[in-house]
Each structure stands twice: as structure tokens, then as C-alpha cells.
Design a protein around this ligand. Structure first.
Ligand code: G1P
Length: 302
């Protein structure tokens, strides 16, 4: 089973840093953002490869995920074995690449992976501006899919009414919850049967307050609809619009998640906050991070 990560964007929010460095390689502590997403994508049982949709302008991502024996030997000669191990591990992850030559939207990006995804297998899509440290979100989505005959499942979460126009919003009805919890409605763990979806609706057109978080487990049939999908919101080919057409043919479910379980890296401020959060959660970095922050900065955060 494959997992697809769209990563062809220009990273304009991070300019000028991203003039010569892909935003996907910005580090959170000492690991690039995209490696957290790749490792999350490989967590559900059965996922054996991650397909990164890249642009030809960002060869550094492919270089990062390649084994560089010469560099590793040089590190080992200098006694840097744990660093060489870390470099080797990143280079050995099961990652392949396809290319998106034009920025035509998320739906178009996913369609670029059509030949890399078996036409008889569901696949995950993970948006790369966000990662979930405990890697459980996609695992839980796979469980919901299994419970519903292999149907598509998307992660959703409540959002304030005045923010619905920033996201894809789903409509539907709550039909149960993840095993081991008694969640209902918009509570974390509740499972909805999806009946509709709108990309970036005006507040009065939103079918609910549940937004699409950026984790999808999709029927391969969505590729058929993406192939003929015209532009939608923002003039872009939207994954949400193709999913609406898929919904006419197949059942689809949504799992309510707590988006704060994940770390946002989509803007410089969110990325900086994610670095702080991960540093504080990492026993090897916590004390040094607090010390480096200094008492004044630590106090201003409190
Ligand atoms: C994309 C999706 C949208 C989803 C959002 C989550 O939008 O099209 O449905 O809610 O990601 O971040 P974008 O952020 O690319 O505009």
C-alpha cells in the first residue's frame, strides 16, 4: 500500500529562506519536516512505500532520501557513527518520487501519483505542512476503513464558524466511534458517514463545522475522477471536488481527531512553535532548550 505526500509547492510563506532550500527540508530539531511526515506515513500496517510528489526545482529532497555511502564512510572515519546511522536511516527509507510540473492544486498533485499507486489498492495522502508525533492518526483511520469494508476515510476536526472558508468542510452524520471510546458528535474518536463536502465554503454554505485536517485514506477510484476534474475553489484542481464525485459511487467515512495532536509547520510562526514543542517533548533536548531560551524568554512565554 502506498502513501502520497504532495511536496511540489514553492514555499512562498517561508521566503526568503526557501529561495534556495525546499521548505520540506526545514528542520524540526535535527530532522527535516518531511521526514516526520514520511515516518508517520509508514506507520499503518501495510504501507510499504511513500511517494513524494516533488517539483524538478527541488532536487535536494531526493538527495536527502538517497544513500550517500561516501559521506557515511567519511563520518564513520571521524568516529561519528550515530550521525552516520541517522544519515543512513533517512537515505534508506522507502521513498520514491514523481514530479508535478505545474502548480495546479492539490487534486492535480495527487493525480501526478496515479501511475505510482496500484489501481486496486487504497492509498493514503498526507499533507506535508503538519505531522503527528505519535503517528496514530493514520493507524486509526485504517481501523475505521477496515470496520467499513475498506471505505475511504478522512480525518476531520471542529473549526470555528468564521474559519470554515479556509478549509474543506464535510457534511454527514455520526454513525459510531473508534473501538474503546464512547465519543459522539464532534468529539475526538467519533466516526461520521460523509454525505457531502465543500472546499473553502462561505460560512452560510458550510455543511458542518468539521474541516478536513490533511490526512486521507482514499479509494483508488478517486484517481479516475481527478483525471477529469476541472478547476474549483481558487481556480485550482481540488481533491475535495473529486472526492465529492467519488461519494456518488462509494461510501466514505470521517474520523474526528484532535488536530492539536499534530504539529503545524505551515507558517514560520507555526514552524517555530513546533520546534519549541518538539524540543520540550524530547528528553534529550528539553533542558538545553529551556537553558538556551533564557529566563526572560521563558517568562514571556508563561
Ligand atoms: C487543503 C485541502 C483542504 C484541507 C486543507 C487542510 O487546502 O484542499 O480541504 O482542509 O488542505 O490543511 P489548502 O490548505 O491546500 O488550501
Amino acid at each position: 500500500m502506498k502513501a502520497v505526500i504532495p511536496a511540489a509547492g514553492l514555499g512562498t510563506r517561508f521566503l526568503p529562506a526557501t529561495k534556495s532550500m525546499p521548505k520540506e527540508l526545514l528542520p524540526v530539531l535535527n530532522k527535516p519536516v518531511i521526514q516526520y511526515v514520511v515516518e508517520e506515513a509508514l506507520e499503518p500496517e501495510g504501507v510499504d512505500e511513500v511517494v513524494i510528489i516533488n517539483s524538478k526545482e527541488k532536487p535536494q529532497i531526493e538527495a536527502y532520501f538517497s544513500v550517500d555511502g561516501g559521506f557515511e564512510s567519511m563520518l564513520r572515519e571521524r568516529g561519528k557513527d550515530s550521525e552516520a546511522d541517522a544519515v543512513h536511516q533517512a537515505g534508506s527509507l522507502p521513498v520514491s518520487f514523481v514530479y508535478q510540473n505545474e502548480a495546479k492544486g492539490l487534486g492535480h498533485a495527487v493525480l501526478c501519483a496515479r501511475d505510482a499507486v496500484p489501481s486496486d489498492e487504497p492509498f493514503f495522502v498526507l499533507l506535508g505542512d503538519y505531522f503527528v508525533p505519535d503517528r496514530k492518526m493514520c493507524v486509526n483511520m485504517a481501523e475505521v476503513s477496515r470496520a467499513h469494508g475498506g471505505a475511504s476515510v478522512i480525518a476531520v476536526a471542529p473549526v470555528p464558524a468564521d474559519q470554515v472558508s479556509r478549509y474543506g468542510i464535510v457534511g454527514g452524520e455520526c454513525v459510531g466511534c473508534l473501538p474503546g471510546c464512547d465519543a459522539s458528535g464532534e468529539e475526538e474518536g467519533a466516526v461520521w458517514r460523509v454525505t457531502g463536502m465543500v472546499e473553502k465554503p462561505a460560512p452560510e454554505d458550510a455543511p458542518s463545522h468539521l474541516f478536513i485536517v490533511g490526512r486521507y485514506l482514499l479509494s483508488p477510484r478517486v484517481m479516475e475522477f481527478l483525471a477529469t476534474q476541472g478547476p474549483g475553489a481558487g481556480g485550482e484542481i481540488q481533491l475535495t471536488d473529486a472526492m465529492v464525485r467519488l461519494l456518488e459511487k462509494e461510501e466514505m467515512y470521517a474520523l474526528v481527531v484532535d488536530p492539536s495532536e499534530g504539529c503545524d509547520t505551515g507558517t514560520p510562526a507555526a514552524w517555530a512553535a513546533t520546534n519549541a514543542r518538539v524540543a520540550l517533548a524530547d528528553p534529550a533536548s528539553r533542558a538545553a532548550f529551556v537553558e538556551a531560551l533564557g529566563p526572560r524568554a521563558a517568562k514571556s512565554l508563561a
